[in-house]
Design a protein around this ligand. Structure first.
Ligand code: PNS
Length: 162
């Protein structure tokens, strides 16, 4: 049983995240999409809202035979991965600019838990510039975000700012 953790803030989930999950489904039997509880970060959506949105949009994508679940976690990711008996961490890398930070995290996580491998995956080129931060920024300044996030995310974002 190959189980991976796909950790992140997912505030909100983008089409780039979903692309990575679908690619991960080809490699793993189970993927736990793990939403970080970070009380220090001011978020657009609450943890509950992010988990709820993720669960809904995951139903709409092709997951093959992979079992994909959504959970939230606090504290060190390697502790959470150990609790869940995960073999790997999945992270998406869009560009070289992501690589430095991701490499640091991967090496720190390896030091903390050598048996846990980090697997970097590249999203489709069309999502190579898409980030949750930019999606929120352009949305809050009045731009459409169709094609960058699932329709449900845009709908929930509209409801949120009403
Ligand atoms: O989507 P993000 O915000 O880039 O995800 C970052 C995340 C959640 C992967 C990272 O901040 C994390 O793993 N946080 C948990 C605390 C932890 O383990 N920190 C040490 C990382 S080496």
């Amino acid at each position: 049983m190959r189980r991976a953790i796909y950790p992140g803030s997912f505030d909100p989930v983008t089409n780039g995240h979903l692309d990575i999950i679908q690619r991960g489904c080809k490699l793993f039997d189970e993927i736990i999409v793990a939403v970080l509880v970070n009380p220090e970060k001011i978020a657009f959506f609450s943890i509950e809202e992010r988990c709820d949105i993720l669960s809904e949009v995951l139903k709409t994508i092709d997951r093959g035979d992979c079992h994909v679940i959504v959970e939230s976690f606090e504290g060190l990711m390697v502790h959470y991965a150990a609790e869940r008996a995960a073999n790997a961490i999945v992270r998406g890398i869009r560009a070289i600019s992501d690589y430095e930070y991701e490499l640091q995290m991967a090496l720190m996580n390896r030091r903390l838990r050598p048996s846990l491998e980090t697997v970097f995956m590249m999203p489709a080129e069309e999502y190579s510039y898409v980030s949750s931060r930019l999606v929120k920024e352009v949305f809050q300044l009045g731009a459409g975000i169709d094609g960058l996030v699932p329709p449900l995310v845009e709908q929930r974002m509209r409801e949120k700012i009403k």
